[in-house]
Design a protein around this ligand. Structure first.
Ligand SMILES: CC(C)(COP(=O)(O)OP(=O)(O)OC[C@H]1O[C@@H](n2cnc3c(N)ncnc32)[C@H](O)[C@@H]1OP(=O)(O)O)[C@@H](O)C(=O)NCCC(=O)NCCS
Length: 190
């Protein structure tokens, strides 16, 4: 697992499987931006090998995720990484229990994340038959919370969780995006 079943092609972005060797130098550059890491488990990498052997290798081959490299459709420049949990059945419902993305800072709030989300959610809800997607973010990660809320995610609960980077208990927000809500917001028929 770990490899998505197909590439997803949009107007601004194209999502294709991660190519660890090829994507590492570009992703190393993108990850030099400290703001990228304020609310994630990542840090600024020391060298391209760390990005290759630790960061991208994990996304590309992790057995519990489907992951993509997001490229700008026009230039083929690397925009970011996207992954979702491999769907599983719980209480007769097909669920995805996590959804995350790392977008290079120059591409924030320019429509790239919005379109990447749209491609992934159409794929999950339609091709994979998923009924709901759950995702969490630190409450103080305003960009992530507002980005999810703008896509239609709804609050499930707030709970305290230890954050090693801040060495304290912080609030995490759990969200859900249901298929019916996604279809309603995007004019898709059920
Ligand atoms: C979190 C992240 C993916 C969000 O992507 P983004 O491109 O910045 O945000 P989006 O384009 O999806 O935002 C969609 C909408 O949400 C709202 N929004 C997002 N961030 C906002 C902010 N800081 N202030 C106000 N509104 C905001 C806006 O309505 C925005 O639409 P608009 O730009 O047309 O006004 C990106 O900032 C990122 O990769 N950050 C670093 C890694 C990270 O924290 N990942 C998430 C871990 S859970």
């Amino acid at each position: 697992m770990g490899t998505p079943m197909k590439s997803l092609i949009g107007r601004l972005v194209t999502l294709r499987p991660i190519d660890v060797e090829r994507d590492a130098p570009e992703w190393y550059e993108a990850m030099q931006e400290p703001e990228m890491h304020l609310w994630t488990g990542n840090n600024i990498p020391i060298d391209v090998d760390e990005v290759k052997d630790v960061v991208l290798e994990t996304y590309a081959n992790h057995p519990e995720i489907f992951s993509w490299c997001i490229r700008e459709s026009k230039t083929d420049k690397m925009v970011g990484i996207y992954w979702i949990g491999v769907p599983f059945i719980s209480n007769e419902q097909r669920l995805v229990t996590f959804d995350a993305q790392r977008i290079a800072k120059p591409y924030w709030r320019k429509g790239y994340t919005r379109e990447a989300r749209s491609l992934v959610y159409d794929y999950a809800f339609t091709d994979l038959g998923v009924e709901e997607i759950r995702a969490s973010a630190w409450e103080r990660n305003t960009n992530s919370c507002l980005s999810m809320e703008s896509a239609g995610f709804e609050l499930v609960r707030l709970y305290p969780r230890f954050n090693p980077k801040y060495d304290s208990d912080l609030t995490e927000v759990e969200y859900v995006l249901r298929r019916a809500k996604w279809q309603q917001l995007n004019g898709r028929l059920s």
